[in-house]
Design a binder for this molecule. Structure first.
Ligand code: FE2
Length: 274
């Protein structure tokens, strides 16, 4: 695991550190699964063959340094009993604060258009392996409000916007954690050089002209998503954003004052908060 240090000075009553990781993509499956899932596991494990190594290294590092682990989703690559058992071990044996990624609800990877209906086929079952609500959660440490939101289908939803407003009303400095980064021009450019689309939330429509119809439909922001994005960009209590999904490290400015970080596969980002 590659350790990256990030310092943010946002008024903690006592300085503290977190370990941010994401996109582990566990690909475990055993005899409890059907043939189709076993085949999927064999195929997908080739892409993510260091998943267990990176996860256990992060667990050890957090234990040795007494750190809360924040994971911003795609801990599992697809829903399987063995993956959920490992997820439970992760959340039981460590102090984990978690936001879901798109793969948390993948029954078979890329089999269907992923929307709330698809997610709800597995949400209750997946949730059982985690201690906090994986779609929205808040946790206060030393006067800082850590807020985790599942935006993994490129959308924020109304209950999440309302819950975020309720957290803002508490008046504490906020650090946001979610899976899919928000659009910013520099990150869009980097993403488009690597892929056929940028895989970002709230990308302006005119910058999605080259997207396939599927990616456009998947990533086009709806009104609540745009409203939530605007709130995030303008609310002075929101001090920093930590995300994943892209699988590489990135650090940029979402606005003149708001920094957004992406933590990639194999990276453990130690966030020092003061
Ligand atoms: Fe993802």
């Amino acid at each position: 695991m590659n350790i990256v240090n990030t310092q943010i000075n946002i008024g903690a009553s006592i300085p503290f550190r977190l370990l941010h990781i994401g996109d582990t993509h566990l690909t475990l499956a055993d005899r409890r699964e059907n043939e189709r899932k076993l085949k999927l596991a064999a195929e997908r494990s080739r892409h993510f063959n260091n998943a267990e190594l990176y996860l256990s290294e992060a667990e050890r590092y957090a234990r040795e340094n007494n750190l809360v682990i924040v994971h911003t989703g795609d801990l599992i690559d697809f829903v399987s009993e063995a993956n959920l058992d490992r997820a439970r071990k992760f959340t039981v044996e460590n102090d984990v604060f978690f936001a879901a990624g798109n793969h948390e609800f993948s029954l078979y990877v890329g089999e269907a258009f992923e929307d709330a209906e698809y997610r709800n086929q597995s949400l209750a079952h997946v949730q059982k392996s985690f201690k906090n609500d994986i779609r929205f959660a808040a946790r206060k440490i030393n006067g800082i409000n850590l807020v985790a939101i599942d935006n993994s289908y490129y959308r924020f939803e109304k209950p999440q916007l309302e819950a975020l407003l309720a957290e803002i009303a508490l008046g504490l400095p906020i650090i946001l954690f979610f899976h899919v980064p928000l659009f910013e021009p520099a990150l869009y450019k980097i993403s488009m050089e690597r892929n056929e689309c940028a895989y970002l939330t709230s990308t302006p429509e005119e910058l999605m002209n080259s997207y396939s119809e599927y990616r456009y439909r998947q990533q086009k922001a709806d009104d609540i998503t745009l409203e939530t994005t605007e709130l995030i960009k303008t609310e002075p209590l929101i001090k920093a954003i930590f995300t994943g999904h892209l699988h590489y490290d990135y650090e940029g400015m979402l606005t003149d004052t708001l920094r957004q970080y992406v933590t990639g596969i194999g990276t453990g980002r130690v966030i020092e908060i003061s």
